[in-house]
Design a protein around this ligand. Structure first.
Ligand SMILES: *[C@@H]1O[C@H](CO)[C@@H](O)[C@H](O)[C@H]1NC(C)=O
Ligand SMILES: *[C@@H]1O[C@H](CO)[C@@H](O)[C@H](O)[C@H]1NC(C)=O
Ligand SMILES: *[C@@H]1O[C@H](CO)[C@@H](O)[C@H](O)[C@H]1NC(C)=O
Ligand SMILES: *[C@@H]1O[C@H](CO)[C@@H](O)[C@H](O)[C@H]1NC(C)=O
Ligand SMILES: *[C@@H]1O[C@H](CO)[C@@H](O)[C@H](O)[C@H]1NC(C)=O
Ligand SMILES: *[C@@H]1O[C@H](CO)[C@@H](O)[C@H](O)[C@H]1NC(C)=O
Length: 801
């Protein structure tokens, strides 16, 4: 008791520095260390936080960077929404000091080590009444006269960083032309301003810029209910908007109608995301993402990289380049740093001499880089190449089918791996990258290594006995592995073959034939024992513990089903993790549905694919001891064998990579309607998430087109949302209008209607309205009849707009 009293007394004595949770700071008071202001509703806190300096690898206390900021007080993951001194962090082991001048005029952050002010509110107007600093419940820090919230001297909402909170405004002052600009941070560690910004323009649209000048996305003008290119904004019962357009200002704000926790962030990768806190999974989930395709953001992967919206991470390096700073702690999507050259160029202009000289590596199926320069005098590919060869600054050239030579100097930006939609006009063009001769010598080195190996083998023959012993031991060990050593852990191997990295390297001829770039790694074709074709997936990241990796594999290694790709084995060697699967000669469904050149799949095949995928998913959800959610059902993950039997690929990734379902999705992310609504509403994720995605896949199978457009051509108002169209037509009884026209009407109408109904039931808002996959199988088999589904409410709202 008395101890408490002493504490209280001490507290009162130190009253000048705020310790207890309060939402106000009065003139003369200071804030430092763990001291913080907490808004009266408990939602937001203001105080000092620190991140580790990127320039220091051993992350010790002296490498801390201190910032004054506001964050969500009730979210376990530090999420800052405003930072005062983002350009001028304070380095050092201890927190700086926030001072509130005794005259009530200015707020300042002082670096105690140097006694210098690193940030202040810089208010110049003289005031005679005392001002008070209050952190409001909406996350706004205000300096007001005598605590009167409508008599504000300064507020953090007028000095935004990268976050637009509900209730805050984005806008411009029409008299002074001042705009509220939101600028992304450089990366998740460094809070200083990055290259991306957004602001509301006089045209009434929110525009996003690179380096303040190059626009890469526009929301479309406000039409009274939503911004033209963002019809998802009309999602029911969630948001209300304020749009002001008068003589003095134009401004926009959004408000949440339910108790959810959301905020809008211009993130490091240049996308604007409305994020919702998903409490069951403890993650922020994107509700809207603009632009929805990550690769559309200018320079988002940095220089000399290739962006692919169908993989995660979406950024990879071009041949001959490697990641400049791959620090495992960073979000793999934050790749704006780009890639750097492995070997310097020779630039002698001499490509024909055996050694030395530079060469070109041809890349096809990509969108050409940003900002080409035309070379008029080059009339052939050869001349175009020569124009590039002699110059060190020339990094690539391409010779177009329309007869033009283009070269690039300096960085190569915005190279995008084109999907299988075949919609691109220049998909036939090849980009030739200027590389040092060393890049092409790996084969020769390989040869040398083989000679070395041969010599070693000769030497080894002298020790025949030893070799025999080694072989015997090895065979024994391998046999033991294959038989699942029940002594240690009977779930350890499940019949999967543990491969040596060298074996897989040989089987894939040093990973030379890439057949896909799925989520989490590239896939290569290989031959096992010179005869059995296999697909080898090289996962990103390293394998630290083989035992652990095996244990994780055990639950997915036991899965055997006709409609699920069979896993044959794996490899785990220090910095490599690989999975070996049976090879599927007809590759993935997306190529057959969306590629213009592919032969059309007939209706019966499509129906059998729909049924097979349903059976595979039902097995994953219902027949395994431990149910498995796929989390990323989409045509790219449905492979076809020689007789077009579908096989689900990439299952079990959430379990294997110990990741949340949200983090194994590589589907177009963050668009209401394409993602199941439970991602947004924050309830726990169940296998019904796969049912929703399956419904989306069915629509794509029926129509032969992608539900979501990739908005590579930012022409603006082309926001066609196919599922909405289908649901509407289905209810009107007009299904034939959206059946793939390549089928020329050769379909069984009854089956089309059945598939449409299933699809529409699968994409219902409420997960318990959706059928289980087992039920879907019965319906497609014709065992169970199905009622007409209601219009999914979320989609209905989008139609209405
Ligand atoms: C911490 O880092 C600083 C430089 O950033 C270095 O001088 C110091 O020795 C390091 N301390 C420890 C304990 O590693
Ligand atoms: C810090 O600087 C202020 C004025 O800039 C001065 O009044 C004060 O004495 C200095 N304090 C220390 C500890 O150097
Ligand atoms: C503030 O008070 C001083 C005298 O105390 C007076 O001279 C000055 O005019 C006042 N300023 C304002 C803005 O009221
Ligand atoms: C707060 O300030 C506004 C505008 O300056 C004024 O109209 C109002 O009377 C003030 N309220 C109080 C309680 O002082
Ligand atoms: C603001 O911009 C408009 C059009 O861009 C221009 O006509 C006007 O003169 C500008 N006003 C100021 C104060 O710069
Ligand atoms: C950004 O723009 C400025 C001026 O417009 C220019 O000097 C600078 O080089 C640009 N930076 C990049 C990375 O494009």
């Amino acid at each position: 008791m008395s101890f408490v009293l002493i504490l209280i007394a001490l507290n009162a004595w130190c009253g000048l520095s705020v310790q207890a949770s309060t939402d106000t700071l009065s003139p003369g008071q200071t804030l430092t260390g763990d001291g913080k202001l907490v808004s009266s509703n408990g939602k937001f806190a203001l105080g000092f936080f620190h991140s580790k300096s990127t320039s220091d690898n051993n992350h010790n206390d002296t490498s801390r960077l201190w910032y004054l900021g506001i964050w969500f007080n009730q979210i376990p993951k530090l999420t800052t929404v405003w930072v005062a001194n983002r350009d001028s962090p304070v380095h050092g082991p201890t927190s700086p000091l926030l001072t509130f001048a005794a005259d009530g005029a200015n707020l300042a952050v002082v670096n105690l080590a140097t006694n210098s002010t690193v940030w202040s509110t810089q208010i110049t107007t003289q005031t005679n009444t005392t001002t008070i600093l209050v952190l409001l419940g909406i996350g706004n820090l205000i300096l007001s006269h005598g605590g009167n919230t409508s008599n504000i001297v300064w507020q953090s909402f007028d000095h935004p960083t990268d976050t637009l909170l509900p209730g805050a405004t984005i806008g411009l002052n029409k008299v002074t032309n001042e705009t509220l600009r939101f600028v992304s941070r450089r990366n998740s560690v460094d809070q200083s301003p990055g290259m991306y910004s957004m602001e509301l323009g006089r045209d009434g649209a929110v525009t996003m810029y690179y380096n303040s000048t190059l626009p890469y996305w526009s929301s479309g003008a406000w039409n009274g209910r939503y911004f033209g290119n963002v019809p998802e904004m009309t999602a029911p019962d969630r948001f209300a908007y304020t749009f002001v357009d008068d003589d003095r200002e134009m401004s926009f704000a959004y408000h949440l109608l339910d108790g959810s926790t959301m905020y809008c962030l211009l993130d490091v990768s240049g996308q604007r995301k409305l994020l919702a806190w998903h409490d069951a999974n403890k993650v922020w989930m994107p509700v809207f993402t603009n632009p929805s395709a990550h690769c559309t953001v200018h320079a988002t992967c940095g220089s000399f990289s290739v962006c692919n919206d169908n993989t995660r991470p979406s950024c990879g390096c071009m041949k001959g380049f490697a990641n400049a700073d791959l620090d495992g702690n960073w979000d793999p999507d934050e790749r704006t740093g780009g890639c750097t050259r492995n070997f310097p160029l020779d630039c002698s202009g001499n490509s024909n001499v055996g050694l030395g000289g530079d060469k070109f590596y041809g890349m096809s199926g990509v969108r050409m880089p940003f900002d080409p320069k035309r070379v008029e005098h080059a009339a052939s590919r050869r001349e175009c190449e020569e124009a590039c060869l002699g110059e060190c600054s020339c990094t690539a050239y391409s010779f177009g089918s329309n007869g033009g030579c283009s070269v690039w100097h300096g960085e190569l930006l915005d190279v995008i791996m084109l999907g299988n939609d075949g919609g691109s006009t220049n998909s036939g063009e090849i980009l030739y990258i200027h590389l040092a001769a060393e890049e092409f010598q790996s084969r020769r080195n390989h040869g040398r290594a083989m000679v070395g190996g041969f010599v070693a083998a000769c030497f080894a023959t002298l020790c025949v006995l030893l070799i025999i012993i080694v072989i015997v031991l090895k065979v024994r060990r391998k046999r033991r592995k294959l038989q699942c050593n029940t002594v240690n852990d009977n779930r350890v191997c499940s019949g999967l073959i543990p491969f040596k990295y060298r074996e897989l390297q040989r089987a894939t001829r040093n990973f030379s034939e890439k057949i896909g770039a799925g989520g989490f790694g590239a896939v290569f074709k290989g031959l096992l024992n010179e005869s059995t074709p296999i697909a080898v997936k090289r996962l990103y990241g390293s394998c630290r513990e083989e035992k652990q990796f095996r244990a994780e594999l055990s639950s997915i290694g036991i899965i055997h089903h006709t409609n699920i790709v069979k896993m044959i084995g794996f490899c785990c060697e220090d910095n490599k993790r690989l999975l070996v699967y049976e090879y599927m000669p007809n590759l993935s469904l997306d190529a057959h549905l969306f590629q213009k050149s592919a032969p059309t799949l007939n209706w019966n095949t499509r129906y059998q694919i729909a049924l097979g995928v349903a059976r595979g998913l039902a097995y994953l959800h219902e027949s395994c001891r431990d149910y498995i959610m796929h989390c990323d059902i989409k045509p790219q993950n449905i492979l076809l064998d020689g007789s077009f039997v579908p096989k689900i690929a990439d299952f079990g990734m959430a379990k294997l990579l110990k990741r949340d379902c949200s983090r194994v999705m590589t589907t177009t992310r963050g668009t209401i309607g394409y993602l199941a609504p439970e991602w947004i509403s924050g309830v726990a994720i169940t296998p019904k998430i796969d049912v929703y995605s399956y419904g989306m896949v069915l629509l794509e199978i029926i129509s032969g087109r992608m539900n979501s457009h990739n908005d590579y051509n930012s022409d603006g108002d082309d926001v066609v949302y196919f599922p909405v169209h289908v649901a509407r037509k289905l209810l009107k009884g007009d299904v034939m209008s959206f059946v793939d026209h390549k089928l020329h009407g050769n379909v069984i109408l009854e089956e089309v209607v059945r598939v449409c109904k299933v699809a529409c039931w699968c994409i219902q808002d409420k997960e318990f309205d959706r059928p289980t996959m087992g039920k879907v199988v019965q319906i497609l088999e014709g065992v169970v009849e199905l009622d007409m589904p209601p219009m999914p409410r979320l989609l209905e709202a989008i139609v209405a707009s």
